[in-house]
Structure formats: C-alpha cells, structure tokens
Design a protein around this ligand. Structure first.
Ligand SMILES: Cc1cc2nc3c(=O)[nH]c(=O)nc-3n(C[C@H](O)[C@H](O)[C@H](O)COP(=O)(O)OP(=O)(O)OC[C@H]3O[C@@H](n4cnc5c(N)ncnc54)[C@H](O)[C@@H]3O)c2cc1C
Length: 497
C-alpha cells in the first residue's frame, strides 16, 4: 500500500482516486476550490439547475466500468437516460435535421428525407470510415499510455493503419473527400470543437466522434450530468479517500528528479513518493513544478508547442413559460451560422469573440432540474477565444455586452427568450478560469489542432519519478470519456505498488 496524493478533485482526479483506493492505496485529494467536480457541475440558481460544464455524456461504458470496478454498478447511484432525439441541427437556410439516438439506420433515413439519397449515402460512408478509424486507434492511441511514436512503427499492419487514420489529413479535408453535403460538413466540423479545435487543421481521426456518438449514444444523467461528480466523490469516500477542500497545492516537491511530496498554499508539507496531478498540465509544469527540475523540461517544451483549446461563453437562462410561448426545443440543439469558418478564424487567428457564433442550447426535459410549473432551464454555449489579457482577448469587461448580443440572437432565431426571461446569468472564459482553475478558460486543455497534437499532450507518467498526470489536458484528451480513460491508465501504471 502506498500513500498517494492527488492534486485536484475534477472528474479525472476523483476517478483515479477511486480506482487507486480500490487497489488498496491510502489516497488524499487536495482541491483548491470549495467543491469537487472541477468543470463538471450541476448548479442551482433560484428555481433552475444548469449543467455549467458537460451537458452531454457519450461512451458511458467508461463510467459504467469505473463504478463496477470500484464497488456497485452505476445504476445503483445514477439514473442514466438516453437522449432521443440525440441532436437537433438548425441551419441558416432554414433547413433542420434531427439525429435520432442510438440508431444509425434511422439517422441515414432522416438525412435522406432532408438532403436526399446521395447525402445519406455519403454519411453512411463516413460512419463506416469512422468505425474503422476507431478500431485502429482505440487500443493504441486512446486506451494505452502514449509515450512516443516509435513503438507504433513496429506494428505489423502499420501501412494499412496509417491509410485508415490518415494522420496528415484534416477533418475538413476528409469531409471534402467524402463529398459531404455542405450541411453535413458543418456537423463534422463541429466534432473538432468537442476537443476545442479547428476543423481546418484538426486531424481526420476526430471523425471517430461521429461513430462513438451515434453508436454508443447521447446520454443524460437525471438531475444533471454534474451528478456524476457527486457520485464519484461519494464512491471515493466509501473507499476511504480523504478530501481537503479550499486547499490549493503550491508546489510539487521534487529532489533529484524524484517526487517527495507537495507543499500546500497554507505552507504545510505533505510527504509522499507518488503524486497524481489533475490540475491542467499548464499549471503543473509551469507553476507547480520548479523550473530547476530538468526531467520536466520535456513536458514544458511540448506544452509550448501545443495550441490551447478554445474556451466557451455560456448563458444560464431560467425561462418562465407563463410569460410567453416556448418553442419546445429538443434536449441538444445546435443553430449554425451562415459562415462557420469565420468562427474559427475569429477564435484562433483574430482571438476575438465570435461575431455570428454557432449556438448550442441544452434544454433538458428533466423535472429534477427546475422547481415549479411552466419552467425551463437552458444552458446556452458558444465557442470563444481564451481569456488572455495582453496576448489575446480580455474577457474581464466584455461579458455583459456579449450576453445581451447572444440573447438578442436567440430572439432573432424565433426562440422567444426575452419575453420569458426569469433568470439570466453568464459565464465568460475568465469566470471558468477563476472557479475551475482552467487556464484561459480553456474547455479541454490543449487542442487537437495538428497531426502531432496527441504527442504534445502531457504524458500520464512523467519523466519525473513518482509524478503522474490525469485529466483533460493529459493523454488521451478532454471530454468526460477520455478523462475517465486517463484515470484508468494512471491507476494501471501505479498498480498495486
Ligand atoms: C462549458 C463546458 C462544456 C463542456 N461540455 C462537455 C460535454 O458536453 N461533454 C463532455 O464529455 N465534456 C464536456 N466538457 C469537458 C469536461 O468538462 C472536461 O473535459 C472534464 O470535466 C475535465 O475533467 P478534469 O479531470 O480534467 O478536471 P477539471 O474539471 O479541469 O478539474 C481540475 C481540478 O483541479 C483543481 N486544481 C487546479 N489547480 C489546483 C491546485 N494548484 N491545487 C489544488 N487543486 C487544483 C481545480 O480546481 C479543479 O477542481 C465541457 C467543459 C466545459 C467547461
């Protein structure tokens, strides 16, 4: 049994904590904020609850596995609900496309109905290709520790696998190659944003998201996806994991390239040979680990080459339907602009708030997320540049004005928001940075904006002995499924010790 210290009570830190405690270790989690969950929270304001982080759960098998392997099945602690239809896409020319949940054949039929037989056939091709990519990449690029490119060269099917993954083809280029209908191209482009990236440069392998989403489904958790954080914290505590909240870690103490403990912001030194960090890799390597630690230089160099993930601007809207008519949205709704490229240009190149952004609205039909009749709680998210005063956009002042602009855009879309407004709050990237300790308010740590990005992410096992990294800014990447997988990789690397 080893004494293990975890820095951060996000989903990754807690998932690793539960797995490590189950292996018999003595685990303590140190969390800077006053609660667990990090970005993944359900928050109540008055009569309305909002998932202010993740609002869509894909690949639930990752969390089924976590709960099963650490005690009772997930069904004992959470109510997982498939969301049907999965997505409601709205285009600027007035066309609408609904993706049913968990049924590729029905999705093909829907596409055929709206865009014709050729469009449907090209989507079928896309899903087949995405499945082959998933088969090739799952074990070696997602579920395993990725240390370098060289071991992959020993692979017997290397040429075939490279052809399948097309590492130097962008997501946009593969859409063009598959001759997708322009509306469907926008849906594929959006998958790049699931990793905080730009479809014009992100690798084609992100097509796997289309396969995963349609095959393993879109899921909600009764009461909000943030219930996942609560349930994982409970599971940790049942296994004896200790939590210290309002306890920031100031430094990871390292001598001769070996971890020997942590120094807390209150000055305490806690000794241990194993530290798992769930804080963003940028915080870990540029702040918590001293610049004098040579074994950390490798990760620092990689981080300096990686593009950061985009950030998000969100609105939390409490709507009272006794004041006006509801447009009756589905659970997940996307409203695309006329010019989607402009969004990526403004975020990544100009680093300014998007003039005419794609608007995502999560409007859960969940009675556990509102109090009283005739009420709806909408979480509205638009992609945004990071909060980077001095280098890029400074979000500290522009929030109220941008919030007004989005509300009026919602009205223009015919969603009758202003008349029904009972509560309105907004969250800028600067807010996300301060409450979840996410540098720049990045949603996913680093982006996947190049063929090399998978190799630029922080490794799960550092070159510094005893230092492990888990969570969205580490391998295999951001989003709940990958974060859960990173926790599994780290707990396997540490093993029973
Ligand atoms: C608006 C938004 C929408 C999203 N939508 C989705 C979605 O629909 N589906 C999906 O799958 N994913 C989504 N994501 C991404 C998902 O939320 C994240 O990938 C995931 O929750 C990150 O988990 P993590 O383990 O990396 O930890 P984080 O949530 O980043 O938590 C890290 C923790 O470390 C703590 N910490 C940092 N520094 C220190 C320190 N020095 N000392 C102590 N503690 C520290 C922080 O306070 C925080 O609690 C979304 C995220 C956001 C913000």
């Amino acid at each position: 049994m080893a004494k293990i210290l975890i820095v951060g009570a996000g989903i990754g830190g807690m998932s690793a904590g539960a797995r490590l405690a189950k292996l018999g270790h003595q685990v303590t989690v140190y969390e800077k904020s006053d609660q667990s969950g990090g970005k993944c929270r359900t928050e109540w304001f008055g009569n309305y609850a909002f998932d202010t982080g993740p609002s869509l759960l894909t690949l639930p098998a990752v969390y089924r596995d976590l709960f099963l392997k650490t005690g009772k099945r997930i069904e004992h602690v959470l109510k997982l609900e498939p969301v049907d239809p999965a997505f409601n896409y709205n285009f600027s020319d007035g066309k609408k496309l609904v993706f049913p949940n968990l049924s590729n054949p029905n999705t093909y039929l829907e596409i055929e109905k709206i865009f014709g037989n050729e469009a449907s056939k090209s989507w079928q091709e896309l899903i087949k290709r995405a499945e082959r990519m998933w088969d090739v990449s799952r074990e070696q690029f997602v579920e395993s520790e990725l240390r370098s490119f060289w071991p992959l060269l020993k692979n017997r099917n290397l040429i075939g696998q490279i052809r399948e993954i097309s590492p130097f083809t962008s997501l946009r280029a593969i859409s063009n190659k598959l001759q997708l209908d322009p509306h469907l191209k926008m849906i594929v482009d959006r998958y790049a944003t699931y990793t905080g990236s730009d479809p014009r440069t992100a690798p084609a392998v992100l097509l796997t998201i289309a396969f995963i989403e349609s095959t393993f489904g879109a899921w909600h958790i009764k009461g909000g996806i943030g219930q996942l954080s609560v349930a994982i914290q409970n599971r940790c505590e049942e296994l004896g994991v200790k939590f210290e909240f309002n306890t920031g870690v100031d430094e990871i103490s390292i001598e001769r390239d070996k971890v020997n403990g942590i120094i807390l912001e209150d000055g305490r030194f806690i000794e241990s040979n194993i530290v798992v960090t769930n804080a963003d890799a940028e915080i870990v390597y540029n702040k918590l680990v001293s610049k004098n630690v040579k074994s950390a230089n490798f990760e620092r160099r990689k981080l300096s080459k990686a593009t950061k993930s985009l950030a998000g601007f969100s609105l939390l809207l409490g709507l009272d339907n006794s004041k006006g008519k509801s447009p009756q949205l589905n659970h997940h709704n996307v409203f695309f602009p006329e010019n989607y490229d402009n969004e990526f240009e403004e975020i990544f190149t100009k680093k300014i708030p998007v003039t005419d952004p794609t608007i995502y609205i999560c409007a859960p039909n969940d009675e556990n997320m509102v109090k009283g009749d005739n009420k709806e709680a909408w979480f509205v998210l638009v992609n945004a540049p990071r909060h980077e005063p001095g280098f890029g956009w400074d979000w500290s002042r522009s929030g109220p004005e941008y919030a007004k602009k989005i509300v009026s855009k919602l009205d223009q879309l015919g969603l009758n928001v202003s008349a029904r407004l009972d509560l309105v709050k907004f969250r800028t990237p600067a807010d996300l940075e301060s409450y979840a300790n996410a540098p720049g308010g990045s949603i996913y740590g680093t982006s996947s904006n190049s063929a090399r990005s998978a190799f630029l992410r922080a490794r799960n096992r550092s070159k510094t002995k005893g230092l492990f990294c888990v969570g969205g800014s580490t391998h295999p990447g951001g989003g709940l499924p990958l974060v859960g997988i990173s926790a599994e990789i780290v707990s396997k690397l540490i093993g029973k010790a």
